[in-house]
Design a protein around this ligand. Structure first.
Ligand code: GAL
Ligand code: CA
Length: 341
């Protein structure tokens, strides 16, 4: 090799190495709480995608504490992670996160717990992956409306009104807020008169929901005609309490219970006939979209390719948008088998 080509090779190698160093993604992920059933599926998908693509990733547990999430972000930033994916505990704290990542020019993908659109708009490298919570509420309500119309006996006290209890998720989460609101809106827009007997949070948690339902059963007994839960875990907790009160045994005492997520346990309850319906919250598609975005952004990509097109905050399609919206699907005994894995 002559001297000239030797120098050229060294220069080329240096260029390749520096380009490589700039573009090798290192993704830092935080889950708001590992101990959350639905999020454990999203997390599993993100990890699986990273493994398949051989991309360096670290996934940390926020333990339901936003200050922990903030500390994890600080650590990721000092350790040179090239993109962050964050499932916030308190979505209102997004502005703090954005200040820090933008100072270091590190892209951030929020997911599942939606920050305010004004926060996303503050930073050109901020994105959100999620599902339109309003739609999940509407679909949940539609399942109940169809049942109510087909089953006049569901109006146990024959007063022409649907008496319900509502088990809510974490009130800091827009999913909880909108599912509560839109499930009932779907009933009233179907012309059904409703009466709320009780409404309280069980923080997405099965055990808490079981306790709540038990308390409501001793207070209201058979006055309760429908049980709404903002997710399947809480619906399953309510079903436990209902079973203990003699429901579902031999098909004598029945009450419609609905949830959201279509988790494997939820689908199993659908099969058993204890859960009337649920709404698929697509953990796989959400996890894949989070990984795809974090991977591309963390590699310095300027044009993004995702499984689902980019959109605006309101859901309107926009290739340069900062949102990926994964659609929900209604799941009942008529179609649940297609979601069983
Ligand atoms: C919701 C999901 C809940 C819970 C929550 C966490 O979308 O339905 O089960 O995982 O996210 O933020
Ligand atoms: Ca009634």
């Amino acid at each position: 090799m002559n001297k000239k080509s030797g120098i050229l090779l060294v220069a080329l190698a240096a260029a390749v190495t520096s380009a490589f160093a700039q573009t090798t993604p290192k993704i830092g992920v935080t889950i708001y709480k590992f101990d959350d059933t639905f999020m454990s599926y999203v997390r599993g998908k993100i990890e699986g995608e990273a493994k398949a693509a051989n991309v360096t990733i670290s996934v940390q547990d926020g333990q339901g504490d936003q200050s922990k999430v903030n500390d994890i972000q600080d650590l990721f930033l000092t350790q040179g992670y090239t993109s962050l994916a964050i499932n916030m505990v308190e979505p209102t704290a997004a502005n703090v996160v954005i200040q820090k990542v933008s100072a270091k020019k590190v892209p951030v993908v929020f997911f599942n717990r939606e920050p305010d659109a004004s926060d996303i708009a503050k930073y050109p490298m901020a994105y959100y992956v999620g599902a339109k919570a309003q739609a999940s509420g509407t679909l949940e309500g539609e399942i109940v409306a169809a049942y109510w119309k087909a089953h006049p006996e569901a109006d146990k006290n024959h007063d022409g009104k649907l008496q319900y209890v509502m088990i809510m998720g974490d009130p800091a989460n827009t999913d909880a807020k909108y599912r509560t609101e839109y499930s009932i809106k779907a009933l009233t827009s179907a012309g059904i008169k409703v009466e709320s007997l009780a409404e309280d949070t069980a923080m997405w948690n099965r055990g808490d929901a079981q306790n709540k339902m038990q308390a409501w059963l001793s207070k209201f007994g058979d006055k309760i005609e429908v049980v709404f839960a903002n997710n399947d875990d809480m619906a399953l907790g309510a079903i436990e309490a209902l079973k203990a009160a003699g429901y579902f045994a031999g098909g004598k005492k029945y009450i419609p219970v609905v949830g959201v997520d279509a988790t494997p346990a939820g689908l199993d309850a659908l099969k058993q006939g204890t859960l009337l319906g649920t709404v698929l919250n697509d953990a796989d598609k959400q996890g894949k979209a989070v990984f795809d975005l974090a991977d591309q952004l963390g590699s310095g990509a300027k044009t993004l390719k995702t499984v689902v097109p980019m959109a605006n905050a309101d859901g309107t399609p926009n290739p340069a948008g900062h949102y990926v919206w994964i659609p929900y699907t209604k799941v009942t005994k008529d179609n649940y088998t297609q979601f069983v894995k």
